[in-house]
Design a protein around this ligand. Structure first.
Ligand code: FES
Length: 107
C-alpha cells in the first residue's frame, strides 16, 4: 500500500496509505480529503477531482488520455503543466510517496 500525501492550499498535509489499484481520487474521497469533490464519480467529465502532481512525480505518471486533457481545459482553478484529474491516476506500488496538491477551488 503506497503512502500518498495531499497538500492543501493552506499548506497543511494529509498523508495515509492507500490500496494499490484504486485511483488517487478514490483514495482521497475514502479518506475524506477536503477539496476533492469528484462529482462524476471518476468518469473524467466533471473536473472536480483536479490536482497538481508534485514535480518529481508529474513526469513519472502515465500521460493523460485525450478525454482527460479535454476535461482539464474546463477545471475551475488555474490549469498548470502538472494538472491532472485524480480519478485518472491509478495507484501502483511504484507510486510510494506520491504527493499531490489540492487546488484552491473545484468550482
Ligand atoms: S471525478 Fe469527475 S473528472 Fe474525476
Amino acid at each position: 500500500m503506497p503512502d500518498i500525501t495531499f497538500i492543501h492550499p493552506d499548506g497543511s498535509e494529509q498523508g495515509f496509505e492507500a490500496p494499490v489499484g484504486v485511483s488517487v481520487m478514490q483514495a482521497a474521497t475514502g479518506a475524506d480529503v477536503d477539496g476533492i469533490v469528484a462529482e462524476c464519480g471518476g468518469s473524467a467529465i466533471c473536473g472536480t477531482c483536479h490536482v497538481y502532481v508534485d514535480a518529481p512525480w508529474a513526469d513519472l505518471l502515465p500521460p493523460p488520455s485525450p478525454t482527460e486533457l479535454e476535461t482539464l481545459e474546463c477545471v475551475a482553478a488555474e490549469r498548470k503543466p502538472t494538472s491532472r484529474l485524480s480519478c485518472q491516476i491509478q495507484l501502483t506500488a511504484a507510486m510510494q510517496g506520491l504527493v499531490v496538491h489540492v487546488p484552491e477551488s473545484q468550482y
